[in-house]
Each structure stands twice: as structure tokens, then as C-alpha cells.
Design a protein around this ligand. Structure first.
Ligand SMILES: [Zn+2]
Length: 191
């Protein structure tokens, strides 16, 4: 996965990941209001016929565009629920046995089973290894506890900043730091 550029709106709210080429176009069109990253990527253009010099553009790892897209809706916007995003949110840990597994061994478990009316949304799904998912079957948490199966952490809905962290597997340190300050780390532990 190539390095992506984190795009913000003019007030500093993270919007999305864009390619370096898309970022270059923003520079060329004068749409970059300010930069916030610590790294730059040099992109080369054509060679000027008169000077023989090659043109280039330095693209910052975090750029703010002009304008405020998504005004008002940003705080409520939720990243799409995908298995990869879910496994990342739960750090590839089974939320029942606490074991760490590769993605191929993990499943999306519905805390309140779908057959019992549970929704397919961030607040009702956790990462579970295949054996734990099979053991929990279509039990509610209360019922599962009688079989010694306990939920280790409450599932939560990531905000957009957290969602951006979950989306990009090739995130740069400065981008991670920027988004982490925006995320709120709402995870509650159950003890
Ligand atoms: Zn497990």
C-alpha cells in the first residue's frame, strides 16, 4: 500500500486519505490552505525546455484544503463497518478469550445475536476467534456467562479520526499522532 496523504478541512478536522497524485493536484490548483505534517514527499514533473531543470512539488503528509466540508456532521459520522476495521479496533484480539490471532482466524461476532434482534453495527460487534464464536453461538451475553464465556471489553463506535486510523495500514508517525489526538479512546474495560 503506498503512503497516503491525510486531508483535513480548513479547521483541521480530518476528512480522508488521498493519493499523492490527488494531493499534488490540490497544490497545483491552490487548494492547500496549510500543512501540518512533518514529512514531505517530492514529486517530479516535466523538465523545463529553456532551463533544463526538472520541476518538482513537495507534498506534505498532512494537508488542509480550503473550505469546510461535512460541517456539523463530522462528529456524528461513523466509519463503515468492515471486518478489517473491526479487527483493527480490537487489536486482533478475541474479545472472549483474549487471544491474538491472524485475520484469517477471526470472525465478526454479534454480541446480541442477529437471530435475537441484534444489529450489525459497531456497538454490537466484536472480534472473536472461530472457536469462541462457535462456542458462544446464538447466546446472549447473560446466557453465555453461565457457560463461562465473558466479554472482555464493550464494543464501541469509532469516530471518524479513529476510523481513519483503522483504514490505513501504512500510516506515518506524524499522521498517527495527529489522528490520535483527535480520537478519544473511549474504550471501557469490563472488570
Ligand atoms: Zn477466542
Amino acid at each position: 500500500m503506498p503512503t497516503l496523504i491525510l486531508r483535513l478541512d480548513v479547521t483541521g478536522r480530518p476528512l480522508d486519505w488521498i493519493s499523492r497524485r490527488a494531493a499534488a493536484l490540490m497544490y497545483v490548483r491552490g487548494q492547500v490552505a496549510w500543512e501540518a505534517g512533518e514529512q514531505t514527499f517530492r514529486m517530479f514533473g516535466g523538465t523545463a525546455r529553456i532551463t533544463g531543470l526538472r520541476s518538482y512539488l513537495d507534498i506534505n503528509s498532512i494537508i488542509a484544503g480550503r473550505g469546510t466540508a461535512l460541517l456539523g456532521s463530522w462528529a456524528e459520522s461513523t466509519p463503515a463497518l468492515t471486518n478489517n476495521g473491526l479487527f483493527s479496533r480490537d487489536n486482533y484480539l478475541c474479545m472472549y478469550c483474549g487471544g491474538r490471532f491472524p485475520a484469517t482466524m477471526l470472525t465478526r461476532d454479534h454480541v446480541l445475536p442477529r437471530s435475537r434482534g441484534g444489529g450489525d453495527d459497531w456497538e454490537n460487534v466484536v472480534t472473536a476467534c472461530k472457536p469462541c464464536n462457535a462456542r458462544k453461538d446464538n447466546l446472549t451475553i447473560k446466557e453465555a456467562e453461565t457457560f463461562g464465556i465473558r466479554l472482555l471489553a464493550v464494543p464501541y463506535r469509532p469516530n471518524l479520526a479513529e476510523g481513519l486510523i483503522l483504514q490505513n495500514r501504512n500510516i506515518l508517525a506524524d499522521q498517527m499522532e495527529f489522528l490520535s489526538m483527535r480520537g478519544s479512546g473511549k474504550r471501557k474495560r469490563l472488570d
